[in-house]
Design a protein around this ligand. Structure first.
Ligand SMILES: [Zn+2]
Length: 177
């Protein structure tokens, strides 16, 4: 058991160090800095976010490299979320940390909050970062977490956790209207 605890601690330390230090790769978009440990994570993230009927929103954007494609998609989703909520906080900037699996996401959450969860993604206002599993990513999951960011930044006094959730789900369900 001790061995397991130690191993978990080491993995979490590794995860936290790569999202908080200069060892990670970074991609800066208009609204975000995307942090990832290797190219494979970025590729999976890109594949996971399929805009579908929202692809028309990319019409004026040039995507030469896969990095361009990710940047353009992410910024388009941020703007879509802002439009659905009709909330446009000033100077919106936040981080997105790409993790390999839901297990990694949960380990980070559990370390921070000493609470077991089954999340595939979460937003941490404390370090202004969305942590997400590229294994489970979809445009809905991404938009949901971005909604938490936008709501968080829009209100001086935070609405209750329940209202946060209702609004984030509202964004998810109106994404493709
Ligand atoms: Zn939520």
């Amino acid at each position: 058991m001790k061995g397991h605890v130690l191993r978990t601690a080491v993995i979490v330390f590794h995860l936290l160090s790569y999202v908080t230090t200069a060892h990670a790769l970074e991609l800066t978009t208009a609204y975000t800095t995307i942090i990832y440990e290797n190219e494979d994570l970025l590729r999976k993230f890109n594949r996971g976010i399929s805009l579908g009927s929202l692809s028309f929103m990319l019409r004026n954007k040039k995507s030469v490299t896969p990095e361009d494609e990710v940047k353009n998609k992410v910024d388009v989703v941020v703007e879509r979320v802002e439009n659905i909520l009709d909330m446009r906080p000033r100077d919106l900037k936040f981080r997105i940390a790409l993790l390999a699996s839901d297990n990694d996401v949960q380990k980070i959450y559990e370390t921070r909050h000493a609470k077991k969860v089954d999340y595939i993604a979460f937003y941490s206002p404390r370090d202004n970062t969305i942590y997400l599993s590229v294994d489970d990513i979809s445009i809905r999951v991404l938009a949901h977490e971005m909604a938490h960011v936008v709501i968080n930044r829009y209100f001086g006094v935070q609405p209750s956790a329940r209202i946060h959730e209702v609004l984030a789900q509202f964004v998810e369900s109106h994404l493709k209207d």
